[in-house]
Design a protein around this ligand. Structure first.
Ligand code: G16
Length: 538
């Protein structure tokens, strides 16, 4: 077998002088540098599957929110979760082997460390987003898979969460049908049923007004999937699309998409501000993130980001659990990017505990598992809600003769299937937000009225070496470069209700600077001054 690897590996040499790292969301960089990496990811995924007795592992080729010239790759574990963090070091080590000899030694070490039986079969499902570089990288990944005689199924173009769903179904048939159509069927069944329960009047007749939302699909693969989903959904839902040119990959995430809207806090290309008080949303390139927004009566752009989605979900579940007197735990997981006002609202008004983790859904997901209802969202719109077996059992066994309670419990039973349990999912989150807005008959401004965001700013600073920026305390304090954090602390002290932190991005070649303060001018000043400090210390 190692002979085949030697031969195949020589077709995918590692570029000299490049250092790779399995970061926030796998490997991510300029696509032209990724050939050797994806080949080796094919090798590692095969070993991961063999190590787990032939369970199906997922490989997703995507660079999500990054620009069109980038690409990336990440592995999905059998239950649809991110790769076990203990394996990330092996991914990094394998990607950095300089020649075939080093590569074979590294593989042998992994095989002996995990006592992997190479005769065990290995199974992979693979998909990619709509980037131009995707097809070539797919072929190189398959070269890696073939080196270990791995069985694989190529699902073509999918959103990242769809691939997570398919991995889970491949290992757990109770989760759903392991296909793209299976995904639409599962989500739309739950959505249509909830919509029916919500709108049914005492005579059993449906009493609905149409729900409309315009989706900016970032010119990514989410556009194609919304078109497919539409035919499964209730006639009372109207999903309009803009920035839907996924067949023109050079347009991907350009002046549109969730990252653009969240960072710039303005409308994307393709959406104008004439429609006041109507709901818009933006996906990112692989549709695992979503942010909402509207333009208020004063023509002011209003963002409903991941924090607003988390608080809407929390408000809904808190109400439901109290009404049904269900004794289950509920918690919210945030990162340092969460707006301070959202945290105060959750703790003081909703009285729900908030836990902070470093950036990266893998960290948030893990913490959310500690609760019966674990709500996790990054401010950038990446998140979901996880339900424990205890919660599902409580809901399934619930008995009541009260019509309202029966209706509520039916909605909860369905929502467990509507909300993607494997990873943050723009499509599933969109549908969940729509049913909650419909439940409360909320307009965007009602949703937005729960708390007012503190003015905030996110800047990217390009430095020579971002790896010198090392953090602690869930990325809220720098330990290196020395003395930089105390300088930031001094600046923060000079502005009211302010906060700022600095961390190296795990997906882009940049350092991110976040600042918030009581008023926009202070916030801008603080962000600029901290960015200048970062330049000075880099
Ligand atoms: C990925 C991760 C997210 C993270 C984002 C930015 O998102 O999945 O958890 O928030 O990158 O990370 P960083 O600040 O380290 O660059 P996506 O949507 O790009 O896959």
């Amino acid at each position: 077998m190692l002979e085949v690897i030697r031969l195949n590996s020589s077709k995918h040499p590692k570029p000299e002088s490049l250092e790779f790292s399995y970061g926030t969301a796998g490997f991510r960089m300029l696509a032209k540098n990724l050939d050797s990496v994806v080949f080796r990811v094919g090798l590692l995924a095969s070993l991961r599957s063999k190590a787990l007795n032939g369970k199906t592992i997922g490989i997703m080729i995507t660079a999500s929110h990054n620009p069109p010239e980038d690409n990336g790759v990440k592995l999905v574990d059998p239950m649809g979760e991110m790769l076990d963090q203990n394996w990330e070091v092996h991914a990094t080590a394998l990607s950095n082997c300089n020649n075939v000899e080093e590569l074979c030694n590294c593989l042998e070490q992994i095989i002996s460390f995990f006592k992997i039986d190479l005769t065990t079969c290995s199974k992979i499902v693979i998909a990619r987003d709509s980037r131009e570089s995707g097809l070539k990288l797919l072929e190189s990944t398959i070269d890696g898979l073939k080196s270990f005689n791995t069985e694989y199924q190529d699902f073509g173009l999918l959103t990242t969460p769809q691939l997570h769903y398919i991995v889970r179904c491949s290992n757990d048939i109770s989760f759903g049908e392991a296909s793209e159509n299976g995904y639409y069927k599962k989500l739309s069944n739950s959505f249509n049923n909830i919509f029916h329960y919500e709108n049914e009047n005492e005579n059993g007749k449906e009493n609905s007004t149409k729900i409309c939302v315009t989706i900016d699909a970032a010119n990514g693969i989410g556009a194609d999937k919304i078109v497919k989903l539409r035919s499964y959904l209730s006639e009372y839902v109207q999903l309009e699309l803009v920035n839907d040119k996924f067949m023109e990959p050079q347009l991907l995430n350009v002046a549109c998409g969730a990252d653009f809207v969240k960072t710039n806090q303005k409308l994307p290309n393709g959406i104008n501000s004439f429609n006041l008080n109507t709901l818009f949303c933006s996906f990112d390139g692989d549709a695992d993130r979503i942010v909402f927004y509207y333009v208020d009566s004063d023509k002011v752009f209003k963002l409903l980001d991941g924090d607003k989605i988390a608080t809407l979900f929390a408000f809904f579940f808190k109400k439901m659990l109290a009404f049904l007197e269900l004794d289950v735990s509920i918690g919210i997981i945030q990162t340092a990017y969460a707006n301070g006002s959202s945290t105060t609202y959750i703790e003081d008004n909703l009285q729900i505990p908030v836990i902070f983790t470093p950036t990266g859904v893998k960290h948030l997901h893990h913490k959310a598992l500690d609760y019966d209802v674990g709500i996790y969202f990054e401010a950038n719109g990446h998140g979901t809600v996880l339900f424990s077996q205890n919660f599902i059992k409580s809901v399934t066994n619930y008995q009541s003769n009260n019509i309202e309670k029966k209706r509520s419990i039916n909605i909860l039973k369905e929502i467990v299937n509507l909300i993607n349990q494997t990873v943050g999912d723009a499509i599933s989150d969109l549908l969940a937000v729509l049913v909650i807005l419909n439940f409360f008959k909320f307009k965007p401004s009602d949703w937005d009225s729960n708390y007012k965001d503190l003015p905030n700013k996110l800047l990217k600073v390009i430095v020579k070496d971002r790896t010198i920026f090392k953090t602690t305390n869930a990325e809220r304090s720098l330990v290196e470069p020395k003395f930089l954090q105390s300088k930031i602390d001094q600046l923060v002290k000079s502005y009211n209700k302010s906060r700022s932190f600095v961390r190296a991005s795990g997906t882009e070649n940049a350092v991110r600077v976040y600042a918030e303060a009581q008023d926009p001018k202070s916030c801008d000043e603080l962000a600029d001054k901290v960015s200048a400090l970062v330049q000075e210390y880099s």
